[in-house]
Design a binder for this molecule. Structure first.
Ligand code: HEM
Length: 404
């Protein structure tokens, strides 16, 4: 069955962006593999139940590289798409393998002291301030400084990265008279100049290592280097900003659990997992394409159809676990849940490369904030908060907080 036209229009409206969960509940119950026209006019399928979502993410018949279906080649695609996230095996394995070494749990563990230091410096800046916009002043700078340091690009240029990646993610430049295309070109020019500098004078950072890297005799092509570095800059901060922002907002809405976390900081791990499950930073996982005709949830998905998994819908599915009695009220925030099995970082071969880093950043940020400002409260009524448009990320644009 199809939802009524009126419901269809509501699906991507500002009210939906603010609170997509009632629509997700209806879709899960009434039409879990739902044919939909996305705001860009593209017709596709939206998958909302946990079991279907997990199955799609793991099913190799849903592919990422659409040039295989529609002609052309990876080489003709934008450099921003020449990366592991938009490729399939065997290319995917090669591209991911080259970056993987910098993101092993051991490497990330080694970054703990530096992440703590950046967090403390940012928090020092809030002393004596009554109200702080925690997105601009905290949730954004922390992950962008960290990813810049991993890559070896100057973190003083972070505001440029923010503008360019916002443009790509939201599909609008946000600046009068400037197109998304111009921002993309500026980003490419910036990276080109930086790569030239690193080639002359390599250091101990990831870009230097990538430029020198040879894995199984296989170097990254120039375009793949642009693709990987831009993916890491964008994925490395856009999502974590919203993990920090969404977690702070959720805690401020649940002061009793905020207080519990202050007195029992060892609950920070489960609290971050619960925040990822309840209000994950990635709204829809990036697209996949059916490589052949596939029957799913009683629907026939044709070769070449676009399929999108609504991660936050799946993470609110009461059937999330084999034993639903363990998982009462998925719509509620509960840092004491016995289990967590969310899809906020995806599943299968494209499972988030940066998950250990994102978890560490999220835990350090929230723990540090609660230790220094345990009495913080939201400085504006919740319904005044503006949610970021677009289908990719879920998070508020600004988060004004009274520091207590
Ligand atoms: C992939 C979520 C942070 C790098 C993904 C995917 C999701 C995701 C859902 C899979 C997309 C798909 O299957 O189509 C998140 C969330 C984050 C986060 C919720 C923060 C809370 C990061 C960070 C980095 C990163 C900090 C890097 C520094 C990547 C990369 C991929 C990816 C490179 C592509 C993996 C592949 O295709 O094999 N992420 N991410 N992410 N993420 Fe993250």
């Amino acid at each position: 069955m199809n939802l009524h036209d009126q419901d269809e229009q509501k699906l991507f409206s500002p009210e939906f962006t603010k609170n997509p969960y009632p629509a997700y509940e209806r879709l899960r119950e009434e039409d879990p593999v739902h044919q939909v026209r996305f705001p860009d006019g593209q017709l596709g399928w939206l998958v909302t139940r946990y079991a279907d979502a997990e199955a799609v993410l793991k099913d190799p018949r849903f592919i990422k590289d659409f040039s295989k279906l529609f002609g052309g080649s990876m080489d003709e695609m934008s450099v921003f798409a020449q990366n592991m996230l938009f490729s399939d095996p065997p290319d995917h394995k090669r591209l991911r393998g080259l970056a993987q070494k910098a993101f092993t749990p051991k490497m990330i563990e080694g970054m703990k002291p530096r992440i703590q230091e950046i967090t403390d410096e940012l928090l020092d800046g809030f002393e004596g301030q009554s109200t702080v916009n925690l997105i601009d002043e905290f949730a954004f700078p922390l992950p962008i400084i960290v990813i810049c340091e991993i890559l070896g690009v100057p973190s003083k240029d972070r505001d440029k990265f923010r503008i360019w990646s916002n443009s790509l993610i939201e599909g609008t430049s946000g600046e009068a008279g400037v197109s998304v295309y111009e921002h993309m070109n500026e980003f490419i020019r910036y990276l080109g100049e930086w790569f030239a500098k690193v080639r002359k004078d390599p250091g101990d950072d990831l870009i230097s290592r990538l430029i020198e890297a040879e894995e199984a005799g296989d170097r990254l092509t120039e375009k793949e280097l642009y693709g990987l570095v831009s993916l890491l800059i964008i994925a490395g901060h856009e999502t974590t900003v919203n993990l920090i922002g969404n977690t702070v907002l959720t805690l401020l809405k649940h002061p009793e659990q905020q207080h519990e976390l202050c007195v029992q900081p060892e609950l920070i791990g489960p609290a971050i997992e619960e925040s990822l499950r309840l209000n994950g930073p990635v709204e829809f996982s990036t697209s996949r394409w059916a490589a052949e005709e596939i029957e799913y949830g009683g629907k026939t998905i044709h070769r070449g159809d676009l399929v999108i998994v609504a991660l936050n819908a799946a993470n609110h599915d009461p059937e999330l676990f084999d034993h639903p009695e363990l998982f009462d009220h998925p719509e509620l925030f509960d840092i004491h849940r016995e289990k967590s099995a969310h899809l906020a970082f995806g599943k299968g071969i494209h499972f988030c490369l940066g998950a250990p880093l994102a978890r560490l950043e999220g835990q350090t940020a929230i723990d540090g904030l609660l230790k220094r400002f345990p009495e913080m409260t939201l400085a504006v009524p919740e319904d005044q908060l503006e949610w970021r448009p677009g289908m990719i990320v879920r998070g508020v644009r600004e988060l004004p907080v009274r520091m207590g």
